[in-house]
Design a protein around this ligand. Structure first.
Ligand code: GDP
Ligand code: IMO
Ligand code: MG
Length: 426
């Protein structure tokens, strides 16, 4: 297969950045198709750690073309800061391209993101406050500004009209202070010439690449349970982080998507609000958080931790058409006498095995666990599947059986070398 989609099978932060970087050694192109700089993808090369937010995780290979597709929302300030940060570390940034159809995040998007969260009070989503939701709202409402607009003559007039409209909302709906129109215009006009060289019709580039037999990796951000249709709505992001999202967000036909690789942690984490059936608000959850360094890459917030939820990952497998799973951070689970897998939800007097739409139902669900013996060996230096402790292998097999998808990669550390490939996937 010449294309593979990497999707998050849970609530994000599953280790997608690590897997993209690992697979990108064989890719010609890496393409982002949704989300924006709400993402935080960590790539570790030797002793160097990179946190990528908007720039695709193939950037550390000099030959790989990295594309920010039309479905992505782009904060020019964040983008240029990331470019400068990478350049300062000696990373080449001349193979990065942004779709001319991608939408632009404006300062009012960030401000409205923060104000609407404040207004929600107790019911806040816990967004990253990067302006993602408000930018997608404008896109759908048809008042967004696209990369192609940024390069056109009337960009200033367009910006001024939009800022004036948003200032009305900021002042009248939220009772907050208006934004300084001239300052925003000056800032954004300053980005035009810096951004111009990156902008292309990237859909044509990807299509051409596929015609030439190039290997294309589609890099999902967030995770299936944060999808605006399939996630724990309204505690979701405003895009489609599932495999189908790429048919829209990267400009290639759905029939071009080959492998669908689900990235799942060997346990579960979540940042932000919303129900979490297997959450552990106890010493076990704390131990997982500390062992896994579970603090957000983008916001630094502590991540909520819990056992592996096979109901949720089975749902993800179905929604994405997953062809395999990569099981990440298995090393973090060393040191437990027992490990649990949630195989069903108890709801009133029923057992639910399909992820429910209703958050009221989900919040009332209690996990039905199967308990497996744990292991105490350090996994981080193991390089082949047979070298894993028997109980770790049994745990992997239990996941495969419950989710119904083969685990083809096991990750036992953040580095490229800490990757056990059971069966080649790309
Ligand atoms: P992403 O958003 O899906 O790319 O994931 P993040 O980068 O936000 O979070 C995953 C974290 O786990 C990062 O700090 C990675 O360096 C780290 N990581 C990835 N794979 C492994 C692994 O197998 N073991 C351990 N211990 N850490 C890992
Ligand atoms: P990566 O790509 C984990 C969560 C936020 C919040 C919700 C909505 O690193 O896996 P938003 O700012 O998108 O409107 O926030 O989505 N969220 C993520 N959680 N990983 C991410 O990205 C996330 N991107 C957004 O915490 O709950
Ligand atoms: Mg992340």
């Amino acid at each position: 297969m010449t294309t593979a989609v990497i999707v998050g099978a849970q609530w994000g932060d599953e280790g997608k950045g690590k897997m993209i970087d690992y697979l990108a050694q064989r890719a010609d192109m890496v393409v982002r198709g949704q989300g924006g700089n709400n993402a935080g993808h960590t790539v570790v090369v030797g002793d160097e750690k990179y946190a990528l937010h908007l720039i695709p995780s193939g950037v550390l290979y000099e030959e790989t073309v990295n594309i920010i597709g039309n479905g992505v929302v782009v904060d020019p300030k964040g983008f240029l800061q990331e470019i400068d940060g990478l350049k300062a570390r000696g990373v080449k940034t001349d193979r990065i391209f942004i779709s001319d159809r991608a939408h632009l995040i404006m300062p009012y998007h960030r401000v409205i993101d923060a104000l609407s969260e404040e207004k929600r009070g107790e019911k806040k989503i816990g967004t990253t406050k990067k302006g993602i939701g408000p930018c997608y709202m404008d896109k759908v409402e048809r008042t967004g500004i696209r990369m192609t607009d940024l390069l056109e003559e009337d960009f200033e007039a367009l910006m001024r009209a939009r800022i004036q409209d948003k200032n009305e909302i900021i002042e009248k709906l939220y009772g907050a202070e208006k934004l300084n129109e001239d300052l925003i215009v000056e800032e954004y006009l300053g980005y035009v010439e810096r951004i111009r060289p990156f902008v292309r019709d990237t859909g044509v580039m990807v299509h051409q690449g596929l015609l030439e037999g190039k290997k294309v990796l589609l890099e999902g951000a967030q995770g299936t349970l944060l999808d605006v249709d399939y996630g724990t709505y309204p505690y979701v992001t405003s895009s489609h982080p599932i495999s189908g999202g790429f048919a829209i967000g990267s400009g290639i036909g759905p029939n071009r998507i080959g492998e669908v690789i689900g990235i799942a942690k060997a346990y579960t984490t979540r940042v932000g609000s919303g129900p979490f059936v297997t959450e552990l608000e106890d010493a076990i959850g704390e131990k997982i958080r500390e062992r896994g360094h579970e603090y957000g890459t983008t916001t630094g917030r502590p991540r909520r931790c819990g056992w592996f939820d096979a109901v949720m990952v089975s749902y993800s497998a179905r929604i994405n058409g997953m062809t395999s799973l990569s099981l990440m951070l298995l090393d973090v689970l060393s040191g437990f006498d027992e490990i649990k897998i949630c195989t069903g939800y108890a709801y009133e007097d029923q057992v639910i095995r399909d992820f429910p739409a209703s958050l009221k139902v989900l919040a009332a669900c209690r996990p039905i666990y199967e308990t497996l013996p744990g292991w105490h060996e350090d996994l981080s230096g193991i390089r082949d599947y047979d070298g894993l402790p028997l109980n770790a292998r049994n745990y992997i097999q239990k996941i495969e059986k419950t989710v119904g998808i083969p685990v083809k990669v096991v990750s036992i550390g953040p580095k490229r070398s800490q990757t056990i490939v059971i069966d080649e996937i790309f």
